[in-house]
Design a protein around this ligand. Structure first.
Ligand SMILES: Nc1ncnc2c1ncn2[C@@H]1O[C@H](COP(=O)(O)OP(=O)(O)OP(=O)(O)O)[C@@H](O)[C@H]1O
Ligand SMILES: [Mg+2]
Length: 270
């Protein structure tokens, strides 16, 4: 049996950070020496290629691999700076009309022969695109933000993953704003883990650098960014491999800032 970890990155609600997480985790795992492929299963609105800055290097896609009009190796796009990472691009949006769970399973089983990690970037929603992707995975990471609507959709998705026997299913909490959480303007980390009853694999703070890096096509984990979000994704990649790394605590993050501020005030020279 293959020892590959195949992990679906899904959410239910759109725009919560699935593609961002797939790109950053893919790079982080590759940097940690794991051969990793990211599969864009968002055939309708693909953009994993853009986030990775690989859009100009696509020749073939999953569609030609399935049609056997090219070999898998020809369709895989290797990342120049991080050669342990490859992208298998999504094909034409019309693939949505005919793609079946069996097709997804056959693409993924080809990838499982070659890589340590297969990360599948799932489309939003719970329709056919989601169902096809779920049918081909073993594990899942559910991404949510601390917003009520995102958490409700995550709950629905977790139910569907459980029915399909996907395990383990772990949670990544994205776009956390420590100030809003401590002011109780957002659901807290405990609220969310209580509601969803999933192990929390990591939390990623709201971070402008994520948006900048997305626009540049250079995931934050690619460079030696000290941005908290880069650190968060590196930690998530380590925890995936079983390392025990303490979770960031939003209230501590605020206390840390306050302590730094106090120190600055004490050393102020007039
Ligand atoms: N931690 C973060 N801090 C700031 N912005 C973020 C963060 N995570 C994601 N974003 C931004 O949120 C937007 C949506 O992210 P992304 O495309 O990864 O979501 P998605 O779940 O894949 O969306 P879709 O459902 O449309 O596929 C992007 O503009 C991204 O830069
Ligand atoms: Mg996406």
């Amino acid at each position: 049996m293959s020892t590959t970890r195949t992990i679906l990155i899904c959410s239910g609600k759109g725009g919560v950070g699935k593609t961002t997480s797939t790109a950053n985790l893919g790079i982080a795992l590759a940097k940690q020496g794991k051969t990793t492929v990211v599969l864009d299963a968002d055939f309708g609105l693909r953009n994993l290629d853009l986030l990775l800055g690989l859009e100009n290097r696509i020749v073939y896609t999953a569609q030609e691999v399935l049609a056997e009009s090219c070999r898998l190796e020809q369709a895989l796009v290797k990342h120049k700076q991080e050669p342990n990472l490859c992208l298998l691009p999504a094909g034409n949006p019309r693939m949505l009309e005919w793609l079946t769970p069996k097709d997804m399973q056959s693409i993924v089983s080809l990838l499982e022969k070659r890589f340590d990690y297969v990360l599948i970037d799932c489309p939003a929603g719970i329709e056919d695109g989601f169902k096809n992707a779920v049918s081909a995975t073993r594990e899942a990471l559910v991404i949510t933000t601390p917003e009520v609507a995102a958490v409700r959709d995550a709950d629905r998705v977790i139910g569907l993953l459980n029915i399909q026997g996907v395990a383990p299913v772990q949670l990544v909490l994205n776009r956390v704003r420590p100030r809003m959480m401590t002011n109780q303007e957002m659901l807290s980390v405990d609220d969310i883990t209580d509601i969803l009853a999933l192990p929390l694999l990591g939390l990623v703070f709201e971070d402008e650098q994520v948006i900048v890096s997305t626009n540049r096509g250079e995931p934050l984990t690619l460079g030696d960014s000290s941005a908290p979000a880069a650190q968060a994704y590196h930690n998530i990649a380590r925890r995936l491999q079983g390392e025990e790394i303490p979770l960031m605590d939003p209230s501590q993050a605020r206390r840390g800032l306050r302590a730094r501020m106090r120190k600055l005030m004490q050393t102020k020279i007039f």
